[in-house]
Design a protein around this ligand. Structure first.
Ligand SMILES: [Fe+2]
Ligand SMILES: [Fe+2]
Length: 171
C-alpha cells in the first residue's frame, strides 16, 4: 500500500510534535516535582509517557508500511515555569496545536483517498477531543476553587487523581 509523499511528510512531522510534547510534559513534571506539586508531577510524568506512546504509534504505522520513520531531534523544552495554572494553560495550547496538525493530516488523507491513513488517524481525532477537555476542565478549577494556597493544594490533588485515572486507559 502506498501513501503520498505529502502524507509521509505530515506523519513524520507528527512524530516530532509528539516527541516535543513528551519532552515538554517531562520538563513540566520535573518542575512540579522540584516545586513540591506532587500531583502535578505524577500527572505530567504520566502525560509525558502518553505522548511517547502516541509517537510510537506513528513510528510503527510508517515502518509497517515500509517507510522508515524519521526519529527527530527536538528543541529543549521550556523549563522555568511561573505557576501550576500557567503550565496547564501552556499544555492546553500545545494540545490545540496538535489537534490542528491531526486535522490537517485527516484532510490530506481525504484528498488522497488514503483510507488506511484516514482510519489510522481516527483514534487521534478522538484522543485530541479528550485531551483538550481534560486540560480545559483542570484550568477551570482555578476559577471554581481559587488561587490561594489551599485551593492550589486541592487542584494538585485533583491532578494526582487524574494521573491515576486516565480518561482513556488504552492510550
Ligand atoms: Fe499526543
Ligand atoms: Fe496530548
Amino acid at each position: 500500500m502506498k501513501i503520498s509523499k505529502n502524507m509521509q511528510k505530515a506523519l513524520n512531522n507528527q512524530i516530532t510534535l509528539e516527541a516535543s510534547a513528551s519532552n515538554s510534559y517531562m520538563a513540566m513534571a520535573s518542575w512540579c516535582e522540584v516545586t513540591g506539586y506532587e500531583g502535578g508531577a505524577s500527572f505530567f510524568y504520566a502525560q509525558s509517557d502518553e505522548e511517547r506512546t502516541h509517537m510510537l504509534k506513528f513510528i510503527h504505522y510508517l515502518n509497517n508500511l515500509g517507510i522508515s520513520a524519521v526519529i527527530p531531534a527536538t528543541k529543549s523544552p521550556a523549563s522555568n515555569f511561573k505557576s501550576l495554572e500557567s503550565i496547564l494553560k501552556t499544555a492546553l495550547k500545545n494540545e490545540q496545536t496538535v489537534t490542528t496538525a491531526i486535522h490537517k493530516m485527516v484532510e490530506i488523507s481525504q484528498k488522497d483517498k488514503d483510507h488506511s491513513t484516514y482510519a489510522f488517524l481516527e483514534w487521534f481525532v478522538n484522543e485530541q477531543v479528550q485531551e483538550e477537555t481534560k486540560f480545559e476542565t483542570l484550568i477551570q478549577k482555578f476559577e471554581l476553587i481559587g488561587r490561594d494556597k489551599i485551593a492550589i493544594n486541592e487542584i494538585d490533588k485533583t491532578l494526582a487523581a487524574t494521573a491515576a485515572a486516565p480518561a482513556d486507559a488504552t492510550a
